[in-house]
Design a protein around this ligand. Sequence first.
Ligand SMILES: C[S@@+](CC[C@H](N)C(=O)[O-])C[C@H]1O[C@@H](n2cnc3c(N)ncnc32)[C@H](O)[C@@H]1O
Length: 222
Amino acid sequence: MGDIAEDQTTFYSNAEDYWKDVPPTVDGMLGGYGSISSIDINGSKAFLKTFLGVGEGQTGTGCALDCGAGIGRITKRLLLPLFQTVDMVDVTREFLDKAKPYLGEESQRVGNYFCCGLQEFEPEGGRYDVIWIQWVIGHLTDDHLIEFLRRCQKALRPNGLIVIKDNVSYEGVVPDEVDSSVCRDLEIVRSLVGRAGLRIVREEQQTNFPKEIYQVHTLALR
Ligand SMILES: C[S@@+](CC[C@H](N)C(=O)[O-])C[C@H]1O[C@@H](n2cnc3c(N)ncnc32)[C@H](O)[C@@H]1O
C-alpha cells in the first residue's frame, strides 16, 4: 500500500473514531454550537423554499436525501416539513440509531437509514428532488467529493437540486486534526463542484452566526 492510500485510510478511520465518541445530540452535531441550530435551519428554509413548488422548472417535494445526517437535526426541522419522504445517510451507526427516537412520530416518513461513508455511497438513480449535504464535505478527499457529487447528479429527479452548506476557510485548505477533516476556501469548493460537472445556480452566505466560527456558505447545484 502506498503512502497516499494509507493516509487516506487513516483520514477516514480517524474521523469515524472521532464521531463514535460524540454524544448523539444537537450540540454534538454542531460541535458545541447547538444554540445556532435555529438560525441555521431558518436560513436553509428560506434558501430552499425559493426552489420548491409547482410550475415550470420548480423542484418537486417528493423525496430528499440528508447526507452526513447525524441524528437527523436537518431531517427533522428542514426536510421532513417540506418533503413527503426523507432518506438519511451517515457513517456513524450510533447517530442513525438515535434518529428514530429523536424524530418521533415523523420518523415514519424516513424511507431509508443508510449507514455508509459518502465516499462509498451510491444513491439510487433518479430518486431525489433534493440532496442536502451539510457540514460533511470536509470529511471527503477532493477526488471522493467529486465522484460523490457526480453520483448525486445521477440520483436527481427532473429539476432536482443538490445543496452544499458548509464552512469555508479564508484561504486554502485548513486541516483539522481533531475530527480528521479539512476546511476549504470558497474558490476551491467552487472548482471541485465544476470538476464534478455541476453548475452553481445560487450561492449565499449564512448570516447571524457567531463571529468566531468559519463563514458558512450555501451553494445550490444542478
Ligand atoms: C458536523 S456533523 C453534521 C451533522 C448534520 N449534517 C447536521 O448539520 O446536523 C458531521 C456528520 O458527518 C458524519 N460523517 C463524518 N464522516 C462521514 C463520511 N465519510 N460519510 C458520511 N458521514 C460522515 C458524522 O458521523 C456526523 O454525523
